[in-house]
Write a protein that binds this ligand. Structure first.
Ligand SMILES: O=C(O)[C@@H](CO)OP(=O)(O)O
Length: 206
């Protein structure tokens, strides 16, 4: 039985390109982002995948990525569930600021801690732990049951909401997750055992 979970970070957004903290703000994809998302769908199709259900966030960059993938797979009308639990980590007061300007103001190290640490929230925003506290229960109660009944499930979401999910899935520590970066539009394919542990993992690089 195939119990397959496929995670994809959205393609490049307008604010990724402008180097702005994004969080819950809602910019669209750039031309490159649209291409990255379509390429992800092409690679998944070439790998022989076929989805039973898709999940995405309530933000348009993830939804557009999800739809491009489904279009390329020849499954444009697949049932797709949108939920705020999968939204990007809320960047609070940093949202909309330029990342280099923030480094000049608060220092390289502080900004890195806000961006990648496990439990230090940016001012007024969520830490990765806070993000995990909404992503992980949603995964466990809503997404994982589909996987464990033998379905192939797409989750198109965000750099940090997926880092929070991957941390719990792979059992990574706080220091380990600091090093983990997700490329835009790069599918990560997990096959799970019946007890929900990971049987295999493959990253579909371009
Ligand atoms: O701006 C954001 O919301 C995220 C993802 O693009 O940025 P970071 O790379 O700092 O996690």
């Amino acid at each position: 039985m195939s119990r397959t979970l496929i995670l994809v970070r959205h393609g490049q957004s307008e604010w990724n390109l402008k180097n702005l903290f994004t969080g819950w703000r809602d910019p669209g994809l750039t031309e490159l982002g649209h291409t990255e998302a379509k390429d992800a769908g092409k690679r998944l199709k070439a790998a022989g995948q076929h989805f039973d259900i898709a999940f995405t966030s309530t933000l348009s960059r993830a939804q557009a990525t999800c739809q491009h993938i489904l279009d390329e797979m020849g499954q444009p009308d697949l049932e797709t569930i949108r939920n705020q639990a999968l939204n990007e980590r809320d960047y609070g007061e940093l949202s909309g600021l330029n990342k280099d300007d923030a480094r000049k103001k608060w220092g390289e190290e502080q900004v890195h801690i806000w961006r990648r640490s496990y439990d230090v929230p940016p001012p007024g925003g969520e830490s990765l732990r806070d993000t995990g506290a909404r992503v992980w229960p949603y995964y466990l109660h809503i997404i994982q049951p589909h996987v464990l009944r033998g379905e192939t499930v797409l989750v198109a979401a965000h750099g940090n909401s997926l880092r929070a999910l991957i941390m719990a899935l792979e059992g990574l520590s706080g220091p380990e997750i600091v090093e983990r970066e997700l490329g835009t539009g790069i599918p990560i394919i997990y096959n799970l055992n019946a007890d929900s542990t990971i049987a295999s993992k493959e990253v579909l690089e371009g």
